[in-house]
Design a protein around this ligand. Structure first.
Ligand code: S3P
Length: 434
C-alpha cells in the first residue's frame, strides 16, 4: 500500500484500547472470582490471542460490541487446554501466560507465528524453573515452549538483569498462586500496569522504590482475586503514530481522545516536546487506576535530540516512530542502549536503518542504537518499498513517513498493523479529509 504527501491532519480521533492493559485485565479477570466486565479492550490480534488462549484453558469470555464479559474461574483456576495454544504475533501473551500457567498444575504447549517463534523465551523460562515449573523451550530458547506448571510452586526473590515489564509481569502472575511471599526486583522502573491492576483486583501487593531507580514488587499468595469492572484507556503506543504524523505534516492539528498517560509510557511524548513538538495533555483524569488525557498535537518544527538511556523503558515501543520524527528534525538525533529492539517483533534497529536509508535519510547504525540526521522539516525523498517484516510498528512508522515525502512510500503489507491498531489507515484518512 502506498502512502504519499497530502492534506494536513485535522480533527479529533480515538485509538484502540491499550494493549498491555488489555492482556493483563483479561488474565486477572480469568482467575478472579466472579464476573468481570471490561470495556475499551484492544480489538487487535494480540489481545484476541490472549482471549482465545484463556478460552482454551476453560475461561468463558464473550462480548457484545465493546462490552466484554469474563467469567472468572476463581479458586479452580485454569484447566489444561486440549492442544497447543497459538499466540500468533504476541510476545506479551506468550510471556505473561507462561507465568500464569507456571503455578497451575497443567501442561501447556505454546506456539506462535514466524516472528514470535524467533523471540527469546528463556528470560521468562529460567526464573520460572526456580519456582518449580518444568519448562522446555526449543533450541535457542524459542517457541514452541512446553510449560508444565507446578501446583505447589515455591516462593522466590527474583532479581531481573534486564528491564522488562513482560518478565516482571510473568513472575508476578506466577506469584498469585504460589504460597508464601514472592518478590521481583527490576533494575529500572518499567510499565506498572500489572501493579495497578493487581491492586484493583485485590491481590496483596507492595512496591518499594530504591535509590537507583529500581523497584521491588512483593506479592503474598495464594491470592484471592475479586472480579472487577474495568475501562481500558486508549493506547499511547498507537496514539504515538498519529501524533508524529500531525507534527511532521504542515498545517496539522489533531486531538486524540482518552489516551493512557501513565508516566512509564509517555517517554516519546516528552522527547517530542523537548524537540520542540507542540504536544499537550488536556483534561487529565484518573480512569480505573490509570491516568488518562486527551492529546493535542500540532505541526511543529523539530530539532534533534539525544535520548538519555534511563528514558529508554518509558518509550521502548516508540523508537520506530521516534526515528521517523528524528528524520524530519533539524540536526542529528542519537539513541543508544537499544539492544532490546533487536528482539522485538523484528530487529527494529536494522529494519528502521534500512528503511530510512531507502527513503533518503542519513543514518548510522551501531550495535545498540541509531544516529539519524533529519531533513529540518522538509520533504524526504521517499520513493521506496518497505518490508514490514511481520512488525506492526515498522509498517505504521513508514506509512507516517510517507505523508511528507516527494515520492510515495510503499509498504509491502499493512496486515501486521491489525495486531495492535485495526483501523489505523481509516483514522489517518479521516483526519486528512476532515
Ligand atoms: C510489554 C512490555 C514491553 C513492550 C511490549 C509490551 C508489556 O516488552 O515492548 O510491547 O505489556 O509488558 P519487554 O518486557 O520485552 O520490554
Amino acid at each position: 500500500m502506498a502512502f504519499r504527501s497530502g492534506r494536513p491532519l485535522i480533527g479529533a480521533t480515538r485509538v484502540p484500547g491499550d494493549k498491555s492493559i488489555s492482556h493483563r485485565a483479561l488474565m486477572l479477570a480469568a482467575i478472579a472470582s466472579g464476573r468481570s466486565r471490561i470495556t475499551g479492550l484492544s480489538p487487535g490480534g494480540d489481545v484476541r490471542s490472549t482471549a482465545d488462549a484463556l478460552r482454551q484453558m476453560g475461561v468463558a469470555i464473550s462480548n457484545e460490541g465493546d462490552q466484554w464479559t469474563v467469567e472468572g474461574r476463581g479458586e479452580a483456576g485454569l484447566s489444561e487446554p486440549p492442544g497447543p495454544i497459538d499466540l500468533g504475533n504476541s510476545g506479551t501473551s506468550a510471556r505473561l501466560l507462561m507465568g500464569l500457567i507456571a503455578s497451575h498444575p497443567i501442561r501447556v504447549t505454546i506456539i506462535g507465528d514466524s516472528s514470535l517463534s524467533q523471540r527469546p523465551m528463556e528470560r521468562v523460562a529460567a526464573p520460572l524453573r526456580t519456582i518449580g515449573a518444568a519448562i522446555q523451550a526449543s533450541p535457542g530458547g524459542t517457541l514452541p515452549v512446553t510449560v508444565e506448571g507446578q501446583g505447589k510452586a515455591m516462593p522466590r526473590h527474583h532479581r531481573l538483569a534486564i528491564a522488562s515489564a513482560q518478565v516482571k509481569s510473568a513472575l508476578m502472575l506466577a506469584a498469585l498462586r504460589t504460597p508464601g511471599t514472592s518478590s521481583v526486583t527490576e533494575p529500572v522502573a518499567t510499565r506498572d500496569h500489572s501493579e495497578r491492576l493487581f491492586d484493583r483486583f485485590g491481590a496483596p501487593i507492595s512496591i518499594e522504590e530504591d535509590e537507583a531507580g529500581g523497584r521491588t514488587i512483593t506479592i503474598t499468595g495464594p491470592a484471592a482475586l475479586t472480579a472487577q469492572d474495568i475501562r481500558v484507556p486508549g493506547d499511547p503506543s498507537s496514539a504515538a503514530f498519529l501524533a508524529v504524523a500531525a507534527l511532521i505534516v504542515p498545517g496539522s492539528d489533531i486531538f486524540i481522545r482518552d489516551v493512557c498517560i501513565n508516566p512509564l509510557r509517555t517517554g516519546l511524548f516528552e522527547a517530542l516536546r523537548q524537540m520542540g513538538g507542540d504536544i499537550i495533555f488536556v483534561d487529565k483524569k484518573m480512569v480505573d487506576g490509570e491516568p488518562v488525557a486527551n492529546i493535542r498535537a500540532r505541526h511543529s518544527r523539530l530539532s534533534a535530540i539525544d535520548i538519555a538511556p534511563q528514558k529508554v523503558p518509558s518509550m521502548i515501543d516508540e523508537f520506530p516512530i521516534f526515528f521517523i520524527a528524528a528524520a524530519f528534525a533539524d540536526g542529528t538525533s542519537r539513541a543508544r542502549g537499544l539492544r532490546e529492539l533487536r528482539v522485538k517483533e523484528s530487529d527494529r534497529i536494522t529494519a528502521m536503518a534500512d528503511g530510512l536509508k531507502a527513503i533518503g535519510v542519513d543514518v548510522e547504525e551501531s550495535e545498540d542504537g541509531l544516529a539519524i540526521t533529519g531533513s529540518g522539516g522538509g520533504h524526504l525523498r521517499g520513493g521506496a518499498s518497505i518490508a514490514s517484516r511481520l512488525d506492526h510498528r515498522i509498517a505504521m512508522s513508514f506509512a507516517v513517513a510517507g505523508l511528507h515525502c516527494d515520492e510515495a512510500v510503499t509498504i509491502d503489507s499493512m496486515m501486521p498493523v491489525d495486531t495492535s491498531f485495526p483501523g489505523f489507515i481509516e483514522r489517518l484518512r479521516e483526519l486528512q479529509n476532515a
